[in-house]
Design a protein around this ligand. Sequence first.
Ligand SMILES: Cc1ncc(COP(=O)(O)O)c(C=O)c1O
Length: 379
Amino acid sequence: MIVVVTPTHPDDWFTVAAESAPDTPTLMVSGQRTLANVRRVAQATARAGKRLRPHTKTHKMLELARWQLDNGAAGLQVAKLGEAEVMLDSGTPDLLVAYPIVGAAKMPRLNSLAARTRLTVSLDSLVVAEGISRALDPDNGIEVLIEVDTGLSRLGVMPEQAAELAAAVAGLPGLAVAGVLTHEGQVGTQLQIGGLLEDLVSAAVAKMAVAVAGLRRIGISEPMVSMGSTPSWRQLLDHDEVSEVRPGLYVFHDMNSVRAGSATLAEVAAVVAATVVSVSRARHEFVIDAGSKSIGNEPRVLGELTSYGYLPDADAHVVRVSEEHGVVAASQTLPAVGDRLVVVPNHVCPVVNLHDAATVMQEDGTQTEWRVAARGLSR
Ligand SMILES: Cc1ncc(COP(=O)(O)O)c(C=O)c1O
């Protein structure tokens, strides 16, 4: 089943963001909505007695990382060392690099991070652990989370294999096995095609429980169980087995979030403001100055329609993109050249990575600029 969202206009932030963008295309962020999103997750996680270690790959901004820490995040997560090097300046007491670190060029940087903060890495093979252990300065220690595949089929060992890998890693100098980690990203994908949230989350937790039982058998009595995605964080709090949640997208949300039922349009806090640069009466289409270099290039097939982003004020979709052009199929009256609109991206994380900075609109109407400080740092 394909869920086609035809949302009603939630309030006027989208209009205000379009009108007050300093120029276009611009990544516009609602400070108010972002802070509400940050606090909602932090408060619920604290109430449930779990740790929150948000993934900062969505925003890559130090100011927002500090908001997350100030509101109760126990630490931060990144994918890459370059992001970790930036996020250290947030003052985080704890950093998780949730990515297998491979290659000699990375080892001095890993050592220097380990010397400066409590560092955890996730991995799914002994060869990765051996590479890290061999390169680690004797003064440095790193915690390891064994990555388990709970259904995404990306990284991770099968739940039954976690104990064997944990035992081998625990024997390596400098490394301490802290527990198990998964990213149950399949939950969001399945929700968009009609899956049931509770069933999907329970299935992922059950797989983690198998891995945990294995770790206990080898003497790791209190393993950390780290799980996380935006569609699943709330349900994970109901599971005693889970110790930590790691959502990322929740700070901004996007059309993926809306289609998965994880957010409403009223919670979407980052959009791309664009200007209409051409109107075609013949095709009943118009062109905005935001193409794949501003709104990304992740199409979603919605029945008959392929959407590259949703324009809430026009209730219309970008149906084709080239680098600097977004072609919008008008659903209502055509706008005029010069009109401004915002695009809610399908997937906001890579979109943020396309922009040097975001214009953040604060509650009092003022605007500040936040640099996407970890932009492009994929090494
Ligand atoms: C390893 C890992 N953890 C956590 C997350 C956060 O998930 P979400 O983007 O759904 O919030 C991701 C997202 O890609 C991830 O790859």
